[in-house]
Design a protein around this ligand. Structure first.
Ligand code: MRU
Length: 371
């Protein structure tokens, strides 16, 4: 298998659009998103002037990925507050937009709590709206900081587990700057290895059915000049069997109290493969993704998405199955803790993954947020 080819970006002159930003044009404040449904073909911004538009963007995956969903949720509450919409209604709409990533509810709650606390002080809704916006900005900044710390911890762990460098890392879904205030979670670790000269190859699962790997991770890897190769999800088994994978790095949408990890569907089969082939399976996620209120994997609500995403080609490319075909389309799956070698957070590395160690990590975290 060739190691030397570094792919070029599909977009020839990529801009540096952030995945999400707050803007205040004369017509009123807005949340501006880089529309991830249009990547990699086009870098197009989506301007949300109200909460229903932001909820639609979340549900269609124009904005996606656990940490960014939290940030989007917080800015959504601020948008409602600043524009004078009903904040309670906005809070419920945003928090209920997608069920699995715990960060969404966390971000919404954080901005809503800041709004209500400020309102209680003097009843001034403008000042309270300012507090909600400040909470969103703080969360955005903290996520960037957490991302940098996860990358550093993850790189140290990789070097410990795989001395000698030249890592061949397999990743699934998309976990880079597109889902983060910073450089992401699992992807940030691979990027740190690339910068340190220790990444030999990033294997990128295409991630059926919405192709977050092919469309988004490959796009990010190309922009950074990383040596990467795209594979169909089904090809991972033969790649492991050929001894071409040194470690798996994935993100998480929710980590239950027992250490079970909910992440993009297809993560669990990778964990099984990794166990069989004695390859480390490493989860990288901020502490905000740990939900001690969810006791175990069976308690995680897994989002079920429309069957059309499976029976039709992504991007409106037409049917790939006979009309009327029923499809099973869970957006996530759950990996039990015994298959996870380590969980890397901004507060440090957890290995082995046990309920007690996870509780201790959360209790000791600077910004512990439970429930
Ligand atoms: O359905 P998506 O695209 O929002 O799913 C995203 C994932 O599963 C990511 O792997 C997860 O959110 C971790 S992102 C740091």
């Amino acid at each position: 298998m060739a190691d030397q080819d570094v792919h070029s970006p599909l977009v020839s002159e990529p801009t540096e659009l952030p995945s999400l930003r707050w803007d205040e044009p004369p017509e009123g404040p807005v949340v501006v998103l880089l529309d991830q449904t249009r990547l990699p073909a086009e870098e197009v911004e989506l301007v949300c002037t109200d909460v229903p538009a932001l909820v639609r963007a979340i549900q269609t995956l124009a904005v996606r990925g656990a940490p960014l969903l939290g940030i989007a949720g917080a800015y959504g509450v601020a948008l409602a507050a600043v524009r004078g919409y009903d904040v309670d209604e906005a809070t419920a709409l945003l928090a209920g937009a997608r069920p699995t990533a715990v960060n969404l509810g966390y971000g919404v709650r954080r901005a809503a709590d800041a709004y209500r606390a400020a309102l209680q002080v003097d009843g001034d809704p403008q000042r309270a709206a300012g507090a909600a916006l400040a909470a969103a900005v703080a969360l955005h900044r903290e996520d960037a900081e957490a991302s940098a710390r996860m990358a550093a911890h993850g790189l140290t762990l990789l070097d410990e587990l795989l001395p000698g460098g030249a890592h061949r890392i397999l990743t699934h879904c998309n976990t880079g700057a597109l889902v983060s205030g910073g450089e992401g979670t699992a992807f940030a670790v691979a990027l740190a290895a690339h910068r340190a000269g220790s990444l030999r190859r990033l294997w990128v699962d295409e991630t059926r059915p919405l192709l977050q790997g092919a469309r988004l991770t490959a796009y990010e890897a190309a922009r950074h000049g990383m040596a990467y190769t795209l594979l169909t999800d089904n090809a991972a088994g033969s790649l492991f069997a050929a001894g071409e994978v040194d470690a798996v790095l994935i993100g998480a949408d929710r980590i239950a109290a027992d250490g079970s990890v909910a992440n993009k569907v297809g993560s669990y089969p990778l964990a099984v493969l990794a166990k069989y082939h004695h390859v480390p399976f490493i989860v990288v996620a901020p502490v905000t993704t740990v939900d001690l209120g969810t006791p175990d994997g069976a308690s995680v609500e897994v989002e079920q998405r429309a069957g059309q995403e499976v029976t039709e080609a992504v991007g409106g490319g037409g049917p790939v199955a006979p009309l009327g075909t029923q499809a099973y389309n869970p957006a996530f799956d759950v990996t039990p803790p015994e298959l996870v070698t380590a969980i890397v957070t901004e507060e440090g590395v957890l290995s082995p993954v046990t309920a007690a160690a996870l509780a201790e990590l959360c209790a000791g975290a600077r910004q512990v947020r439970i429930g």
